[in-house]
Design a protein around this ligand. Structure first.
Ligand code: PMV
Length: 309
């Protein structure tokens, strides 16, 4: 059969993480500079399906690794195409850092599902791909809101409210972000679980904070759509203040946020699950290099410059 390749971007959450799990809106954008790519080619007769990823350091066969997320992804695609048996070889390459809140897990599953569907002659559209990857996200995260699979599969900035159709939104004027990694790996599942425990102890206070975060996300969408970038930095800082209050910031995140703001960023906040992982800073393009250096001096293990457009 004809070999097929598909690639999908990484992602960041711009506004609304955690509150989105409780029904509030959130905004996310793709990060095209980092990508996951899958290529499917014919395999030797009788080989079955083999998934190989030098960058993730794994080699899986369907028979031996039935519960691995990538194998489950392939199984769902084969079922969808009505082809339970297949001799093929899938190679996955990814430049998306693992466990850094940039959507690595969802992206490799999405790239695999898209390439394998095309290989089987039944291409998958964005909405169906996103629904399929959501099933895989549930294996990783327990109660994911669905925002990661949505932004990665659509490859466009999205406004997301759990349980409703995602809205791709317009970016009135492109803006520049630095994404800096604290180097502290922090599983999203644990951060989400911690928030849930604190919410259960004080629902009234947390529901109020989630509603405040939702309000910031709505205002941010409007500012981005109208190209009113002067609003955006202060909104990021406000969102960060609420994230601090719900207990998902950390010393390392605060150090990077502080360094970015001191070096001239317009605003900064953690992005994703928090308690480690990445932060984002809104920067004027002419200051990006200087602020990037300040982030590195403050301990960032990696800085990515991305443009949301
Ligand atoms: O850690 P990330 O980038 O996968 O983001 C998680 C976002 C949360 O809102 C904390 C959880 C979710 O499922 O939306």
């Amino acid at each position: 059969m004809t070999p097929q390749t598909a690639s999908v971007p990484g992602k960041i959450i711009l506004f609304g993480e955690h509150a989105v799990v409780y029904g509030q809106p959130a905004l996310a954008a793709p990060v095209h500079k980092v990508q996951a790519e899958a290529t499917v080619v014919d395999g030797p007769v009788g080989s079955g399906l083999v998934i190989d990823s030098p960058s993730l350091n794994l080699r899986l066969s369907m028979a031996e690794a039935a519960t691995h997320a990538l194998v489950v992804t392939a199984q769902l695609v084969l079922e969808r195409a009505g082809k339970p048996e297949l001799d093929a070889s899938i190679t996955i390459r990814s430049t998306i850092p693992i466990a850094g809140g940039l959507g690595s897990g969802a992206a490799v599953s999405a790239a695999l599902a898209r390439a394998l569907s095309a290989y089987l002659g039944s291409p998958i559209d964005q909405a169906e791909l996103s629904a399929l990857v959501y099933e895989i996200e549930k294996l990783h995260h327990g109660t994911p809101s669905g925002i990661d699979n949505t932004v990665i599969c659509y490859g466009r900035p999205v406004y997301f409210v759990r349980g409703t159709a995602p809205e791709v939104f317009r970016v009135g004027e492109a803006f520049h972000l630095l994404i800096a990694d604290t180097g502290v790996s922090s599983p999203t599942r644990e951060a989400v679980g911690g928030v849930r425990k604190r919410w259960e102890r004080d629902r009234q206070e947390y529901d109020r904070l989630f509603a405040d975060i939702g309000q910031v996300a709505r205002q941010a969408r409007q500012a981005i759509e109208t190209g009113d970038l002067a609003q955006l930095g202060p909104l990021m800082s406000r969102n960060q203040a609420y994230l601090r209050q719900i207990g998902v910031s950390s010393g390392e995140l605060e150090r990077l946020i502080d360094a970015a703001e001191t070096a001239g960023a317009e605003g900064a906040k953690l992005s994703g699950g928090g308690c480690g992982g990445n932060m984002i800073a809104l920067v004027a393009p002419e200051h990006a290099e200087r602020i990037g250096q300040a982030l590195q001096q403050a301990g960032a293990t990696r800085v990515i410059h991305t443009v949301v457009e």
